[in-house]
Design a protein around this ligand. Structure first.
Ligand code: ATP
Ligand code: MG
Length: 357
């Protein structure tokens, strides 16, 4: 999957810009605060319908303007897709000229994997970040997952609301049945993702730094949906009084996590900053490979300002890999060594909200 053309107007600090990236590595070079991350963010927006930096899309509209527009033309094995995101009084998305009514319809149209210094939080921060990582990957891979997760979250919030009113067992039972059914699907799909990523990431990570990286899904047990349903249901019953007391649901996908270890050491608590960063990078690169296995095409790799954060060895390993992907890479400068390592690339200069080849 490749971006043929990106057009933005009144987006962040851009009045307008048009970019035709090559199918390989694209370098976007500029000093601080010129608009590099903004550009990358606009691609991500067209991919998953939201910014990775802010939940408030209103912030993406250029100051003083009423409406921002992001258009991406995507080339795939099976043809091209045109995505248009209009941010005005409302967020309005069109695919090939047709307005979508649910954000789920956008999922997977343009698949991307984003890696920025911020993504370190996947390893370093709390379990919420790791769940976000799984969910964004899975929503891009499967619309069915997106809809299941949406239904689960709705049922969960209704159950939590109900808990505030000290409900009877019978009343809870009705919600629990639905919660268990949708929740088991979420857990099973996530378990599947992590076990496949675990297999891929081991080789990727060993190649980058020599350590053995392992991923294990931590959550309600079970190999099949039926097993997970039974276990989840039992856990809900066990926690019912506690749930009532705190008016919150203590077990389920909303509490799950991924254990990430390198040579047996839990990186979430004991990883050095560099180790955590490298593990996050390996996860993202493994995600690229998994998407390829799943859909026959690589997604677009978005690398924001990451070279400066890696040691030379790791940089070299990363650069070797990105040759096979369409990559959008930003940085304040790129050394001759790095250029030589990438081989073919297209370079753009970013200056005060303007892009030039
Ligand atoms: P760095 O190298 O520091 O990461 P960058 O080139 O990635 O810099 P961006 O994050 O893209 O910089 O931001 C560029 C500028 O866009 C910032 O100075 C910011 O103030 C400005 N900006 C952000 N939102 C808006 C907006 N809605 N309207 C106009 N300008 C904005
Ligand atoms: Mg930036």
């Amino acid at each position: 999957m490749k971006i043929e053309k990106l057009t933005i107007s009144n987006y962040r600090n851009y009045a307008s810009a048009e970019v035709e990236p090559c199918g390989g590595v694209n370098l976007f070079i500029g000093e601080n605060a010129q608009g590099k991350t903004n550009l990358l963010e606009s691609v991500y927006l067209a991919s998953v319908g939201r910014s990775a930096r802010t939940p408030r899309w209103q912030e993406l509209v250029r100051w003083g303007e009423k409406e921002a527009l992001v258009r991406v033309k995507v080339h795939k094995n099976i043809g091209t897709d045109d995505i248009a995101v209009r941010l005005g009084a409302e967020k309005h998305i069109q695919i090939n000229g047709l307005a979508i009514t649910k954000i789920g319809e956008l999922m997977g149209v343009l698949k991307t994997v984003l890696f920025s210094p911020d993504e370190l939080k996947i390893v370093k921060d709390g379990p919420g970040e790791r769940r976000r990582f799984m969910d964004i990957a899975l929503c891009q891979l499967s619309k069915a997952y997106f809809y299941t997760l949406t239904r689960y979250n709705k049922i969960l919030s209704q159950r939590n609301k109900l808990l505030k009113g000290n409900p009877t067992d019978d009343a809870l039972e009705v919600w629990d049945m639905q919660l268990v059914k949708e929740g088991a699907r979420v857990i099973k799909t996530r378990r599947g993702l992590i076990s496949r990523l675990d297999k891929i990431v081991e080789a990727v990570h060993r190649d980058i730094c020599g350590e053995t990286l392992k991923l294990v899904y931590e959550g309600v047990d079970g190999a099949t949906a039926a097993e997970i349903e039974t276990a989840f249901d039992a856990e809900l019953k066990k926690n019912r009084e506690r749930d009532r007391q705190f008016a919150i649901t203590h077990v389920g996908p909303q509490r799950d996590d991924i254990a990430i270890t390198a040579d047996g050491v839990d990186l979430r608590s004991f990883g050095s900053q560099g180790q955590q960063r490298t593990a996050a990078l390996s996860l993202k690169l493994a995600e690229m490979e998994l998407f390829k296995e799943e859909s026959g095409e690589y997604p677009v790799l978005l690398l924001d300002d990451v070279l400066s954060e890696l040691d030379e060895n790791r940089q070299a390993k990363l650069l070797e890999r990105i040759k096979s992907y369409q990559t959008i890479l930003t940085g304040t400068s790129v050394s001759e060594e790095v250029r030589a390592m990438i081989g073919d690339y297209k370079e753009f200069k970013v200056v005060r909200g303007k892009v030039a080849e």
